[in-house]
Every structure is written in structure tokens, then in C-alpha cells.
Design a protein around this ligand. Structure first.
Ligand code: TNX
Length: 520
């Protein structure tokens, strides 16, 4: 080990001299069981890193936020101070026992890849960009004992198996969708979901903000949308909505975890809450009651429909830093094909005018979409109508996000015994949600796949416990499908790695389904 002493301050030097000598004396460390599986893992037999109370987190300026985030993760359970320092001496490698984050690595790591090395001397995570460092930190988190997730001080030792990891994602889009319209979930719960997504290196959260049952984002120019349209839910409960400040807080929190928020306003169907809030949006000028049963549609011939959409999309675009606004577009059962196409074309112009790109469920391909549009594919295996629309997307250069209902719809029951959930797309077992290949699910579009998304519709889930029970343990499987190379794909290996997540969720208080398919 070479170390540049020149230029070290005296106190630094003293700390160096009196630091406990790092040894390879083996302390037990848990086996390396990561989700998602990295591109390459080389274990260093007999080598163990132990995090001690004297450790620093060394993070240069560009990595300081990730350093602080890591310290915030580790301090509650370890009780260690873990000061984050920005020592930037050339070739400084920190003191023995430190965790060091460095920016700068081979360009092949891209913007999300990282390298992690853990030896008795220290842990080093390097990446080209802070997203990569953040993902390296998630890997380090999973290498530590599960009790590191505790919010109160636990006894160590805080060991990490000696390892070298090199890791890059398969797909750029690794998403989840949360339906906060059927049932409303307040900011802290959405933030918990974001935290759990980021533990598995997911980077996009699509929020389904409006539906028949409720409107969940305040639109200042049309205040009754949230105040009246958001005043109930699919269980006839009290509903709720996000103020624009709430939404901005979610966006900010997500960004701090390298997650982009994609807001969805579902149109032209799934709009009862909006129609109930403003009579002039209705073709007959009469507002239906909230929770009016049956299919709904915006009034395509009315000009006020587009004035309203321009206001809604304008306000939403102004508080959404991400590229995409999702216009829904699914199940427009009460809209004629001609009206649907006209409508999508007009709404696309509105989204574009507000500086955003259009995303929608893949039915939006019935409109004349620009090449920048993104289609969220929710078809089931072998569905020829849906596959035809995927081909339309491909011809236009629209990328596909794969959310196949018979694989990753997290509202489907796991099996016949699941006490809650739907089954119209069949049962989605833990294995089903993991055991598929995005490159072949829709034949002939492998190069047009942007990535994957796991939607969680909440039609029948009023509680946050329900949401957790349906998402876990399936969500990490979708995360792995999005991140890990196909050559690492193995249900047998995956279920063992997944089992290692259980104790972590127990510590975190995540209410997951203890599927009999997983050797917990
Ligand atoms: C279909 S999938 C829907 C949702 C429901 C879901 C229930 C899609 C784009 N639309 O409105 O919540 O089924 O599984």
C-alpha cells in the first residue's frame, strides 16, 4: 500500500500513525447476496472489512451529497459519528478503515455504473457520476448486516465481505408506478416507496395522479379538482391530495435518491373526478356525482377541454423537472376511435408546448406521436393487438417501457390463496415477476425497449400495509430485470439472494409477503 504523506496535516498524520493496524484477521462476514445481481462480483476469500467508530467517509466535493446520504444511512444503527470529509489531496486514499467515494472511473461505467472494493483496509466506491456512487452505496448497504437498517443503535460488528464489484445497468429505465388516485397515500409513504426502490437501484417513479375515484394534485387555476375531486377514494374514504409544495417535496426527495418522477394525468378516460368537479367539462354541461360508476370520457369536441388541459399540464410541467408528462390514454372505452386520435394529437401539442415529452399507456400509439414519445406497454404475453401497437411505436422510434400485466402488475394476487388483489391477468407469483426477459417479451422490439416498470394499481388496496404486501417481494425482481445482465439470470440463484432481503425488511418494518417460493 503506498500513501502520500507529503502535505498531510499533523493531526491527520497522528491519526494515521495511531489508527488501528488493519489486519486480515478474519471476522465473519455475511455471504455476498445482492439484489440486483451486479455485472461482476469477485470475492476476496478471508478478507473482511469492519466498519469502526473511528471511520470517516471521504468524499470529494462532487460526491459530498452521496457521502452525507451514506453517513445518514449508517449513523442510526452503528451509533458512529462517521464524519464526512472532503480531503482532496492528490492520490490521497484516506486512512485505514475509511469509506472512500471517488469520482472518476473508466468511461465504460457510464453515468450509473460503479466499482466497489472492500478489503480489511477500507472500502472504496468509484464512479463517473454521483448516480453511480449512489448505486455503489446501495451495494455497500446490502453487504452490511441487515440490522444496519435499524433506527436505533445496534451492536456490531459491522462487517463487509472482502469483494470487488464492477456493475453497470442493463436498462436506463427502471421504474415503478404507484396509483395514488384510487387510494391516496401521503408524502411520507411515497418517500418510503422511493427509498425502497432506490435500495434496488430503480430510478423512475411514475405517479398515477388522477382517475375516476380521485384527483390528487392541486391545480391552482382549477382548485375544485383537488378539493372536491380529491375528497374521496375507491373505498368512499376521505381521499386527499398533494399541494404543489407536497409534490415538489416528493420530486426533491426523489432527486436526492436519483429517482425521476413522471406524473400521470389519465385522459381521455378515467376522468370522473375531474368531470364531477367542473360541470363545463361535460358534453351536457352536467357534472356527474363523485364515484359515478362506469366508464368516463372527457368531452373531445368541447374547446374548454383543451383550455383546461393546457392549464393542468402547464402547472404540472412547471413543477416537474423530468422530461416526461404521462397522459394515460388507457381504456378509453367511452371515446370513439376518431375522437381518441384527435384528442391525443391535441394533447401532444399541449405537452410539447410546455417543454415536455409525451408518455402514455401503449394505446396512445393510436395518435400521431412524435419520435420522442414513450409508450408504457401493459399487454400480456402474445396479445396481438397490443403487439401491433408496439410495432407502431417501433416504426416511429418511440421507446417502450415494459409493464406486462401478466408479469409485473403488482396488484395481481400471488396465487389463489392471496387474501387481497386482482386476478384478471392471472396470478403473478414471485417467480413470474422475475422470470422473463424484456428483450423477448414482445417479439421483434428488443432494441426499442427503454426498460421496465412495475405498476401498483390500488383499486382494491386502501392501506399502506396492502401496498407493501403486494410490492414485496416482487418489486426487487422487476428491479433486477431492469438492472442485471441477462447472463446473470437464474431463478434459483435469485430466490436465495432475495431471501437475504427478508431480515432487512424485518428490521425496516416492511410488511412483505413471505412467499413459499422463497427460502427465507
Ligand atoms: C387496468 S392497466 C387499468 C387500471 C386498473 C388495473 C387494475 C391500465 C393501463 N389500466 O386502470 O387499475 O387494470 O388491475
Amino acid at each position: 500500500m503506498t500513501r502520500k504523506l507529503l502535505g498531510l496535516t499533523v493531526s491527520c498524520l497522528a491519526a494515521l500513525l495511531f489508527a488501528p493496524v488493519a489486519t486480515a484477521t478474519p471476522q465473519a462476514a455475511a455471504p455476498v447476496r445482492l439484489v440486483p445481481e451486479p455485472s461482476s462480483v469477485v470475492t476476496l476469500p478471508g478478507q473482511v472489512f469492519t466498519l469502526k467508530s473511528t471511520a470517516h467517509i471521504v468524499a470529494p466535493a462532487g460526491a459530498a451529497a452521496t457521502g452525507q446520504y451514506l453517513a445518514g444511512l449508517l449513523r442510526p444503527a452503528t451509533g458512529f459519528r462517521l464524519p464526512v470529509t472532503t480531503i482532496s489531496l492528490p492520490e490521497d486514499i484516506g486512512l485505514p478503515g475509511d469509506i472512500r467515494l471517488t469520482l472518476g472511473g473508466p468511461s465504460s461505467l457510464g453515468s450509473e455504473g460503479y466499482r466497489l472494493t472492500a478489503t480489511p483496509v477500507g472500502v472504496e466506491v468509484s464512479a463517473n457520476a454521483s448516480a453511480g456512487l449512489f448505486y455503489g452505496v446501495q451495494t455497500l448497504r446490502q453487504l452490511l448486516p441487515a440490522k444496519v437498517e435499524a433506527k436505533t443503535v445496534q451492536s456490531g460488528p459491522w462487517t463487509v465481505a472482502g469483494v470487488t464489484v464492477r456493475d453497470t445497468p442493463r436498462y436506463a429505465w427502471r421504474g415503478a408506478m404507484l396509483d395514488v388516485a384510487r387510494h391516496f397515500f401521503p408524502v411520507p409513504q411515497v418517500e418510503q416507496y422511493i427509498d425502497l426502490m432506490s435500495l434496488y437501484k430503480m430510478n423512475t417513479l411514475h405517479l398515477h395522479l388522477s382517475d375516476n375515484d380521485g384527483w390528487r394534485i392541486d391545480i391552482k387555476s382549477w382548485p375544485r379538482l383537488a378539493r372536491y375531486g380529491g375528497s374521496t377514494d375507491a373505498s368512499r374514504g376521505p381521499g386527499g391530495f398533494y399541494t404543489q409544495d407536497d409534490y415538489s417535496e416528493i420530486v426533491r426527495y426523489a432527486a436526492s435518491r436519483h429517482v425521476t418522477i413522471v406524473p400521470e394525468i389519465d385522459t381521455p378516460g378515467h376522468v370522473t373526478a375531474a368531470l364531477a368537479s367542473y360541470a363545463p367539462l361535460n358534453c351536457d354541461g352536467v357534472a356527474p356525482p363523485l364515484l359515478n360508476p362506469g366508464w368516463s370520457s372527457l368531452c373531445v369536441p368541447l374547446e374548454i377541454t383543451y383550455k383546461w388541459l393546457d392549464d393542468v399540464i402547464g402547472e404540472l410541467a412547471a413543477i416537474t423537472p423530468g422530461d416526461y408528462i404521462d397522459i394515460g390514454g388507457d381504456e378509453a372505452v367511452n371515446t370513439s376511435a376518431a375522437d381518441y386520435k384527435y384528442f391525443v394529437n391535441r394533447l401532444q401539442a399541449i405537452v410539447t408546448a410546455h417543454g415536455k415529452k409525451l408518455m402514455g399507456w401503449h394505446q396512445v400509439e393510436a395518435g400521431d406521436l412524435a419520435g420522442s414519445a414513450l409508450a408504457d406497454y401493459w399487454g400480456t404475453a402474445g396479445s396481438t393487438d397490443d403487439e401491433a401497437l408496439a410495432k407502431v411505436a417501433q416504426a416511429r422510434g418511440n421507446k417502450l417501457v415494459l409493464s406486462p400485466a401478466d408479469k409485473v402488475y403488482l396488484d395481481m394476487k400471488y396465487d389463489a390463496n392471496t387474501p387481497i388483489g386482482q386476478d384478471w391477468a392471472g396470478y403473478n407469483s414471485v417467480q413470474d415477476s422475475y422470470d422473463w426477459d424484456p428483450a423477448t417479451f414482445v417479439p421483434g422490439v428488443a432494441d426499442d425497449v427503454a426498460g421496465v416498470e412495475a405498476p401498483l394499481w390500488t383499486d382494491v388496496f386502501p392501506t399502506w400495509d396492502d401496498v407493501q404486501f403486494m410490492a414485496f417481494p416482487r418489486l426487487p425482481g422487476v428491479a433486477e430485470i431492469g438492472w442485471s445482465a441477462q447472463r446473470t439470470h437464474s431463478w434459483d440463484a435469485y430466490r436465495t439472494r432475495l431471501a437475504a432481503q427478508g431480515p432487512r425488511w424485518d428490521v425496516m418494518g416492511v410488511k412483505y409477503f413471505r412467499s413459499p417460493d422463497v427460502p427465507w
